[in-house]
Design a protein around this ligand. Structure first.
Ligand SMILES: *[C@@H]1O[C@H](CO)[C@@H](O)[C@H](O)[C@H]1NC(C)=O
Ligand SMILES: *[C@@H]1O[C@H](CO)[C@@H](O)[C@H](O)[C@H]1NC(C)=O
Length: 210
């Protein structure tokens, strides 16, 4: 052995841990969830312990807003709106009854890459015939993403609510007027008013921030 050999061995050891993650990153490492497009329109079939609804979800990150238009099964007063703003204010209203409730949620809407941080990859599973990558974010959601198209397929919330994504239209934007909370959400001074019979149904908010 030359006197240099132990040094070379030590250098090799020092280099190995550096080399390993780089190789993993370029190879078949754990899949990461696809960030949401900045704007989209999705239609959802939702099942909350047997309570069924259809929903339109309009996600608008540049606009700092997120709207669900929900139609509960055979509800005479449908639709019900869940209108969430990035400044932390949410409005829940039912135009048929002119009922509105607001909430200071204290957080903004989900960021497009909200699933990247703190989620755990659970592997591949079938969801209604779609081969999906599945991630769980512990106190919030189990998220199914189509392996082929990278579109979301199914969301299972910690509350037991299941949302089946029926369509996912990337880049669709709802006109500005449709985002305006109705006048009965405000009093005559333009302040946010509270009306009875609104209900809080902000299911896109993780439990950790509620
Ligand atoms: C389903 O839940 C919504 C929201 O809580 C409620 O307004 C509606 O009446 C429920 N539908 C049935 C059939 O219970
Ligand atoms: C948040 O934005 C909405 C829509 O512009 C507005 O009605 C509401 O008053 C704002 N809330 C706060 C706390 O600024």
């Amino acid at each position: 052995m030359t006197p240099l050999a132990p040094v070379a061995f030590l250098l090799l050891l020092l280099c190995l841990p550096e080399a390993a993650p780089a190789a993993a990153a370029s190879g078949d490492s754990t899949p990461t969830p696809t960030p949401w497009p900045p704007q989209f329109h999705a239609t959802l079939v939702m099942d909350y312990h047997g309570n069924m609804s259809l929903a339109d979800l309009w996600y608008d990150w540049p606009g700092g807003r997120n709207l669900h238009v929900i139609r509960y099964q055979i509800a005479d007063d449908a639709p019900y709106y869940d209108n969430e703003w990035n400044n932390g204010t949410s409005f829940f209203y039912t135009p048929a009854r002119r009922a509105c409730r607001s909430a200071a949620v204290g957080v903004g809407i989900l960021r497009p890459d909200w699933l990247l941080e703190g989620s755990e990859y659970l592997g591949r599973r079938d969801a209604g015939g779609f081969d999906c990558h599945v991630w769980a974010k512990a106190d919030f959601i189990t998220y199914y993403e189509d392996v082929k198209t990278k579109r979301p397929v199914k969301w299972v919330f910690y509350t037991g609510r299941i949302a089946y994504v029926m369509s996912f239209e990337v880049g669709a934007v709802l006109e500005d007027a449709a985002w305006q909370a109705p006048e009965y959400c405000f009093n005559k001074d333009g302040e946010i008013a509270e009306t009875a019979n609104g209900h809080d149904d902000s299911f896109l908010t993780p439990r950790s921030v509620l």
